[in-house]
Ligand binder design. Structure first.
Ligand code: AMP
Ligand code: MG
Length: 481
């Protein structure tokens, strides 16, 4: 049988029984392919060249399962907006781990593929708009050079789902290094199953960080590495103005990938308090709070590992505290280095911190567009009028120009590599999704193609660099739809 190049292993299904439930996707009425990521398929060693679009639709809806897959729904918990909840894959099925041509296992997961024992009151389904949104933004993040889950395909199910209105149902195929989350560890810890916790740590280390296999204490080593990955990841979000929007512990990946694109969005005007999510009333997950929330989530991770951090509890608590305390320095170093790159600062100078914070303050006080201000410094394009007329900025710019003078070319190249020209501007994303929901994927594909080269000057698409017109300013995003 043609198995499209899928080569499954199912190691997660072999973990202790409490970790997952064997269950197949619920077949759908009339699947229709909306988009297939042919480039990613190739990277994965999959081959769909002789596959009809109907077979593709059947495959990516779960109506036919590829050979070797053993679908499961994974169990996990999570702190959602600070509250501890039992969750699990309520609308997702893990088909298994596909072994790619580089001999690395990647999870192939459907999202929106029907009810599972973890569905609670939900229908197990997803709507076309949000699935295309995840596809678009996750691919944009990948091309921005930021660690993320990928999107392989979206199909329409041919069924309507009920939300505030009736919406077209859809299924996304997500590819991830794994779906191990902080919430997975919290789940096992809550079950007080020490054996399963040990197995889970061993599993995570073997799968993601085999270099730690011989560590004296694998749980401590795992924590330290995940902490570094998360500090790096959130720094990358801050580099491009990304707001995840729902940084619950079930959405924090042990592999360090950005995962679960719900109400995420990119900031236009620089303001650390920026929030787009309609349910984030208190700004818990605001742009400028993302590092502190990462630390909070990591503290929950350390708590769940507690029985393995040291022999007695008191000692373990002390180990956990010391580990968490080291987060601030790790993050600050990453952040400083990242901002230096954004400003083309090559050597280390005493007033680097001041140069960085002064610019951020000026941007905030003058309502400057985050992305375009940095690009302006490179080539004077898309000027921010209010900022440019500010005497504080005029002085700052002169100081900065003097600072980079010695290595100007190198500085500008560094800036070009670290400051995108194109981010998914919210109004463009909405326009593309609206058209796609109405049956035309043309503007979706145009936007996707622009975002594949975010650091490249694409002169004909200057319109896509502009923030939303002022009338559009109150932009809101919704999750779980
Ligand atoms: P998310 O906001 O996508 O991270 O989802 C949070 C939790 O709610 C996860 O356990 C999901 O599986 C579950 N969930 C979200 N939407 C649905 C739905 N329509 N049906 C069942 N479970 C859902
Ligand atoms: Mg989630």
């Amino acid at each position: 049988m043609n198995n499209f190049g899928f080569n499954f292993d199912n190691t997660y299904a072999k973990l202790p029984e409490i970790m997952a439930t064997k269950i197949s996707p619920v077949p759908v009425k009339q699947p229709e392919l909306v988009i297939l990521n042919t480039h990613l398929a190739e990277e994965l060693g999959l081959n769909f060249s002789n596959t009809s679009s109907q077979d593709l639709a059947n495959l990516f809806s779960g109506n036919i399962l590829p050979e070797g897959s053993e679908p499961i729904a994974q169990a996990y918990c999570g702190h959602q907006f600070g509250h501890f909840v039992m969750l699990g894959d309520g609308r997702a099925h893990l088909l298994g781990e596909h072994i790619n041509p580089k001999n690395i296992k990647v999870d192939i997961q459907f999202k929106g593929s029907g009810r599972t024992p973890y569905s609670r009151m939900g229908d197990g389904r997803a709507a076309l708009g949000p699935m295309l949104r995840e596809y678009l933004i996750s691919e944009a993040m990948h091309h921005l050079g930021i660690s993320t889950t990928r999107s392989l395909a979206v199909v329409k199910t041919g069924e309507m789902i009920r939300r505030e209105t009736e919406l077209k149902g859809a299924i996304l195929t997500r590819v991830a290094a794994s779906h191990l989350r902080v919430g997975t560890f919290q789940y096992v810890a809550a079950k007080q199953d020490l054996n399963a916790l040990k197995q889970l740590v061993d599993y995570a280390v073997a799968r993601h960080y085999p270099e730690l296999l011989n560590s004296q204490n694998k749980a401590v080593a795992l924590f330290k590495t995940v902490m570094k990955r998360q500090a790096k990841l959130v720094t990358e979000w801050l580099r491009v103005g990304f707001i995840h929007g729902v940084m619950n512990t079930d959405n924090v990946s042990i592999s360090g990938e950005t995962i679960d694109y719900g109400p995420c969005a990119f900031m236009d005007q620089y303001d650390p308090k920026t929030v787009f999510s309609s349910i984030d009333h208190y700004g818990r997950y605001a742009f400028g709070s993302q590092s502190i929330i990462t630390k909070w989530n990591l503290a929950r991770f350390a708590e769940s590992l507690l029985p393995l951090l040291a022999e007695d509890e008191k000692k373990a608590v002390k180990v956990a505290e010391d580990l968490i305390h080291s987060y601030d320095e790790t993050f600050e170093n990453h952040f400083h280095e990242m901002m230096k790159k954004k400003l083309g600062l090559i050597s280390n100078e005493e007033n680097d911190k001041a140069i960085i914070s002064e610019l951020l303050n000026l941007m905030y006080n003058n309502q400057s567009d985050y992305t375009n201000t940095f690009r302006y410094l490179i080539n004077n394009k898309l000027p921010q009028n209010k900022l440019l007329n500010n005497t504080g900025f005029i002085t700052w710019e002169q100081k900065w120009k003097n600072r980079i003078k010695q290595n100007q070319e190198e500085a500008l190249n560094l800036m070009i590599e670290n400051n995108p020209e194109f981010i998914p501007r919210n109004h463009k994303v909405e326009e593309a999704l609206k058209n796609a929901e109405n049956g035309s994927v043309k503007s979706f594909n145009t936007l996707l193609n622009i975002l594949k080269n975010p650091y490249t000057n694409q002169i004909e698409y200057e319109d896509y660099q502009k923030p939303a017109p002022p009338s559009d300013k109150i932009y809101k995003t919704f999750c779980g739809t």
